[in-house]
Design a protein around this ligand. Structure first.
Ligand SMILES: [Zn+2]
Length: 175
């Protein structure tokens, strides 16, 4: 019988010289997201509207359903809709009548980062989640609101998830 397959010879190439070393240029040392997911993972995780805002820097329409919800929410914490890290709290929430959730300060500044944004022919400061890099909205200064910082973190409601205070404080129930 001729032609017996002579295959199945393991072709190990262990002798290849120095494995290629990819010296990636160090990405910006600061503000590098620690939660990194593929596009596909984000699409699975987020609603289409959340994906459009958080991952594509979109803007929800003003006075939308997320804003209506926001106005009704009481004491609690606002966490990132993408990765769940604490971003804002109801203590810094104020009514700016602009149609989007507004805060005058982040609850935990290290989780919120900013960068210059000159899209749409405007000079604005974009607000992002420091942990996953998700787009949250923009921050405006000096508009004259009677708040301690005179800043307005104008945040898309769909970028946030509200955690009511009575859920976070459960562990601290009294004697
Ligand atoms: Zn995040």
């Amino acid at each position: 019988m001729a032609g017996v397959l002579a295959g199945c010879q393991p072709q190990d190439r262990t002798s290849s010289p120095t494995a290629m070393k990819t010296n990636e240029p160090s990405l910006a040392a600061t503000n590098t997201p620690t939660v990194v997911k593929t596009d596909e993972e984000w699409r699975r995780l987020l609603t289409p509207e959340q994906y459009r805002v958080l991952r594509e820097a979109g803007t929800e329409r003003p006075f939308g359903p997320a804003y209506e919800e926001f106005k009704k929410q009481g004491t609690g914490t606002y966490v990132c809709g993408g990765c769940g890290v604490e971003l804002f709290s109801s203590k810094e929430k104020f009514d700016s009548h602009c149609g989007w959730p507004s805060f005058y300060d982040p609850a935990n500044a290290k989780n919120v980062t900013t960068r210059d944004d000159s899209t749409l022919g405007m000079k604005r400061t974009e607000v992002l989640c420091a942990q996953c890099g998700g787009h949250l909205g923009h921050v405006f200064k000096g508009e004259g609101y009677p708040t301690p910082t005179d800043q307005r973190y104008c945040i898309n409601g769909v970028s946030l998830k509200f955690v009511p205070a009575n859920e976070t404080n459960k562990a601290k129930a009294g004697p």
